[in-house]
Design a protein around this ligand. Structure first.
Ligand SMILES: [Zn+2]
Length: 327
């Protein structure tokens, strides 16, 4: 692996952009790499989530959170402003040691647009060196995503390095087909693999695998844009009834609902709930801490429904009136 943590020779801050489709394993990878010190001791992490309230802040330690909009498009101004502030602090305060920035983009972001915005900023260009664009690729779901989602293709195309995740759960023939597909989309990207965030060797793969057939796609495919929605659930929510509702919803609408994520307070503790398409990831118990207004807010990322529909469906299912509307 390249020394992505090394200081740049000219004193500029090295910026690594970490992208990848919703549920591709970006956060898991970043948490592990930060813990392992891969970005050096003085790293500033910027996390952008497309939903209004990010839910990963508990997981990363010292970070700048950019909430309220995807920083490749609507949140681009906020990202540039945050980077300028960080550069200012670094140049004005000698004690503010900082060697690197890692930007974890939202799953809806096109890393290429972010890189272009940073490179085009007349101030940042003097302070920031774009070190590498990393894109996490979910080995289990990537081929189907790349078949239907123009965004997935743009993300792969923007990568300097592709990090294949969940490779241990992927059959060698499928992994070989994925690699061929990725090579077609981005023949220059280095390809590595990681399992639960830890870098592992790519398995030996069968020769001669064929790339998936990717038909041209327009962003206007009639299904509408993918957008985040939040649903607030009460602290007294019946957890098993909620789980039943969620599985029914994923069963019926898993193709439209690309991601569900939230922290829910349950009798067993604070539970991090995540789904990717129809797959519900095993819930993770988070360290207990006082509610900072983000618990029991569940973010749904998908399309083809109105935010109010989700709220109504859930509360009808639970057989109780809706709480006051939220974000
Ligand atoms: Zn965007």
């Amino acid at each position: 692996m390249r020394g992505i943590w090394m200081r740049s020779d000219d004193g500029r801050l090295r910026l690594t952009v970490l992208g990848g489709y919703l549920g591709s394993g970006k956060t898991t990878w970043l948490r592990h790499q930060l813990h392992a010190g891969s970005f050096g001791p003085h790293v500033h992490v910027i996390v952008n989530e497309a939903a209004e309230t990010p839910v990963d802040d508990a997981l990363l330690g010292q970070v700048t959170l950019l909430a309220g909009g995807c920083c490749c498009c609507v949140g681009q101004g906020a990202l540039i402003a945050a980077l300028r502030r960080i550069c200012n602090t670094r140049s004005q305060i000698a004690a503010a040691r900082m060697d690197a920035i890692v930007l974890e983009t939202s799953g809806l972001a096109d890393p290429g647009a972010i890189v272009a915005a940073i490179q085009g900023d007349p101030v940042l260009v003097n302070h920031i060196l774009l070190a590498e664009t990393l894109v996490a690729v979910d080995a289990l779901h990537a081929v189907s995503q790349l078949t239907t989602e123009p965004l997935g293709r743009r993300q792969v195309g923007a990568a300097d390095r592709l990090i294949l995740t969940k490779t241990d759960a992927c059959a060698p023939a499928d992994l070989a087909a994925l690699r061929a597909t990725l090579a077609m989309l981005n023949p220059v990207a280095e390809v590595t693999a990681a399992i639960l965030g830890e870098t592992v060797a790519l398995p030996l793969l069968p020769q001669g695998a064929k790339a998936a057939i990717l038909l041209p796609l327009s962003d206007e495919d009639g299904r509408g844009p993918i957008l985040p929605t939040q649903v607030q659930v009460g602290l007294d929510i019946d957890w098993s009834a909620f789980a039943l509702w969620l599985s029914a919803l994923l069963h019926a609408r898993g193709d439209d609902l690309v991601r569900v994520k939230g922290v829910i307070r349950t009798p067993a503790g604070r539970l991090l709930l995540q789904t990717v398409r129809r797959v519900v990831q095993s819930p993770e118990i988070l360290p207990d801490r006082p509610d900072q207004g983000q618990d029991n807010r569940i973010v749904f990322i998908g399309r083809g429904y109105r935010p109010a529909d989700l709220d109504r469906s859930l509360h009808q299912f639970l057989g109780r009136p809706q709480p006051a509307p939220s974000g």
